[in-house]
Ligand binder design. Structure first.
Ligand SMILES: Cc1cc2nc3c(=O)[nH]c(=O)nc-3n(C[C@H](O)[C@H](O)[C@H](O)COP(=O)(O)OP(=O)(O)OC[C@H]3O[C@@H](n4cnc5c(N)ncnc54)[C@H](O)[C@@H]3O)c2cc1C
Length: 381
């Protein structure tokens, strides 16, 4: 079904993203996997193209797109090439950007945003701790006021861009007995004494993304690095999670749709018993079902994108988009692996990598169970 949410300006932007990917990413994907990370030159190149500052006002060197559809186009194109790229870049331009634009003062914006846009300042966000990620209000990293600074102690885990980030937004407890009402956000910067990182975590998929544990041992964070209001960090995160979840939904569907397209071509070319494997009725019907699942899901995601552009996306609708697309993506990619037969299990085939890369989307940014919990609560249950 023809999609209708993008106009010629969005499509021209899509063209420039594709050109960037053709030149700077596709020839080097194996190298990124081996290095378990994207090199800084790639961030700088993306910065030059204006991709990192889509949400940043022009006065801080941003490209101020003023329309979430540009974020969506970028997320789609990155995910089609590698899911890890859309998650690493997405954390920066789609997830962290709103925190640094909406919750900061003029001095902070001047200090961070120009380098955020140029790719010199790579960012991450640290919510999850080893003791639990779903129950965010129970986090245990602490920040205690000391003069005009705060002293942070604790640790975060599974942090995307955690190994390479220059600035991490860290959620820490500032009021011990107040659960959700006692959390504050801090910008912890590379080089602050007591801020260290563990090794790059060894993941099942998305090998190119650097995911790490972060440790805070008496880290003195100046008061000038508080992001948002004291004790309002939980609300700040909840208000921004719908965009994060929409961003993952956009990437989930684009990723699965691209691999499905490649699988259909494979099923036409690969022969068994003297005929293309896709022409067996079982496989033909299977592919018909997968294409339908993708297109119907895409229609919902497109509506959610438009709702967000118009400022009316609810947290519950974002949760629906997030869990549903994660499920569809995983179901579709599992079927694609099957259609490739033994080659589908070989890492050198994109389908195998995509299948592994997709598994995490049912877990992160709020697991499918947590999304259903939110939806169920909205039903009054
Ligand atoms: C590759 C990767 C990258 C990540 N990047 C980041 C990042 O950049 N920043 C960040 O802060 N975090 C990040 N995360 C963490 C991610 O958001 C958490 O893993 C996720 O929120 C789940 O938390 P948990 O792992 O502690 O699982 P737990 O909270 O321990 O949950 C375990 C299981 O119990 C289920 N469960 C929990 N509560 C309920 C409930 N009430 N009802 C039903 N089931 C429930 C969960 O759905 C899950 O299946 C990342 C994780 C991964 C794997």
């Amino acid at each position: 079904m023809r999609r209708s949410i993008y106009d010629s300006d969005h499509e021209a932007f899509r063209g420039s993203v594709r050109e960037f990917l053709d030149r700077h990413v596709i020839p080097h994907t194996d190298r990124f996997v081996e290095a378990a990370g994207f090199p800084r030159e790639l961030w700088i190149e993306a910065g030059k193209q204006g991709f990192l500052g889509l949400e940043i006002p022009e006065r801080y060197d941003g490209s101020a797109a003023g329309d979430y559809r540009y974020n969506a186009v970028l997320g789609e194109e990155l995910a089609k090439v590698t899911a890890a790229l859309s998650s690493c870049f997405g954390i920066h331009y789609d997830v962290v950007a709103p925190y640094l634009v909406e919750l900061t003062g003029e001095e902070q914006r001047r200090r961070w945003l120009p380098r955020f846009c140029s790719g010199e300042l790579v960012t991450a966000i640290g919510m999850t701790e080893a003791g639990g990620g779903s129950d965010l209000a129970a986090l245990r990293t602490t920040a205690v006021r000391d003069g005009d600074a705060w002293v942070l102690n604790g640790a975060k885990t599974f942090i995307t861009n955690g190994y390479s980030a220059d600035l991490v937004i860290v959620a820490a407890r500032t009021s011990p007995d107040k659960r959700a009402k006692g959390i504050t956000l801090f910008a912890v910067e590379a080089g602050m004494a007591g801020f260290t990182r563990g090794r790059k975590l060894d993941k099942v998929g998305q090998t190119e993304s650097d995911t790490a544990e972060l440790f805070f041992d008496d880290v003195r964070v100046p008061g000038a690095n508080v992001v948002g209001e004291i004790d309002r960090g939980f609300v700040h995160m909840m208000e921004r999670l719908p965009q994060e979840r929409l961003g993952t939904a956009v990437s989930n569907i684009a990723h699965a749709a691209q691999i499905l397209k490649e699988t259909i071509e494979y099923a036409k070319e690969r022969h068994a018993f003297g005929q293309p494997v896709g022409s067996f009725q079982h496989n033909k019907f299977l592919l018909a079902e997968l294409v339908t699942q993708i297109e119907v899901s895409q229609a919902y995601v497109d509506q959610a994108v438009m709702a967000h552009v118009e400022g009316r996306l609810t947290a519950v609708d974002a949760a629906k988009a997030k869990w549903w697309t994660a499920q569809v993506q995983n179901d579709v990619l599992d079927a694609c692996v099957q259609l490739y037969g033994g080659y589908g299990y070989m890492n050198e085939y994109r389908v195998a990598r995509a299948w592994r890369d997709a598994r995490v989307t049912k877990i992160w940014a709020g697991s499918n169970e947590i999304m259903k919990e939110l939806i169920g609560r909205d039903l009054g249950l």
